[in-house]
Design a protein around this ligand. Structure first.
Ligand code: 5GP
Ligand code: MG
Ligand code: MG
Length: 190
């Protein structure tokens, strides 16, 4: 299958950070661990819309055990390329998480605020366990301590797009992770 690759939007891409081969490799590796760790537990994969959709789809197709999936839409107020501390629910899960083993599937951990909030919220609702898989992490920007059990790739402090991640709703369907040319951001990223 051929999707939208860097070559297709080359005029707007500065450089690639994580290739599709690397993404696929990491997902396979994590899927093997998750399949072993959650065997017999009927886990619920929870993804935060919209960025984590690709990662959740890829992980759920790579595991060898039955899983369920659900989605949540959160907004940390503010636009542009920075997330803020305060989180509100725009669209909630349709699943009762009481007694469930939850794996939060995230695209990227930046400050860690969204994940710290979500993880606490699911525990408050009575989840039996809550663990996190994050495909990407920006260690330089971490403000809040969150325990990411299944870790993907560490990337430098650069705003990235692709594999679900957007800039102004664009580039989500790019098949790998890349940094845009500065002029595309129009000076929004501080
Ligand atoms: P945090 O709460 O960890 O600061 O922010 C996490 C969320 O901010 C991510 O789930 C993602 O939606 C967004 N985010 C953080 N860094 C980036 C980035 O480099 N690119 C994009 N597209 N979104 C990001
Ligand atoms: Mg996200
Ligand atoms: Mg976004």
């Amino acid at each position: 299958m051929v999707g939208m690759r860097i070559a297709d939007v080359q005029d707007q891409i500065d450089h690639e950070l994580v290739s599709r081969t690397q993404i696929d490799h990491k997902i396979q590796e994590v899927a093997a661990r998750v399949s072993a760790d959650y065997a017999g537990k009927n886990p619920l994969f929870v993804a935060v819309l919209k960025g984590a959709v690709n990662t959740l789809a890829a992980l759920s197709q790579a595991v060898s055990i039955p899983v369920q999936i659900d989605f949540m839409s959160l907004s940390s107020y503010g636009s542009g390329t920075q997330s803020s501390g305060s989180v509100t629910i725009r669209q909630d899960l349709s699943t009762d998480v009481r007694g469930r083993h939850i794996l939060i599937v995230e695209d990227i951990v930046d400050s860690g605020r969204t994940l710290a909030w979500l993880s606490e919220e699911l525990k408050r609702r009575g989840a039996a366990s809550v663990e996190i898989f994050a495909l990407l992490e920006k260690p330089a920007r971490r403000e809040v301590d969150v325990d990411v059990k299944y870790r993907g790739y560490e990337i430098p402090d650069e705003f990235v797009v692709g594999f679900g991640l957007d800039y102004d709703e664009r580039f989500r369907n790019l098949d790998s992770i890349a940094v845009l040319k500065p002029e595309v951001y129009q000076g929004v990223h501080a």
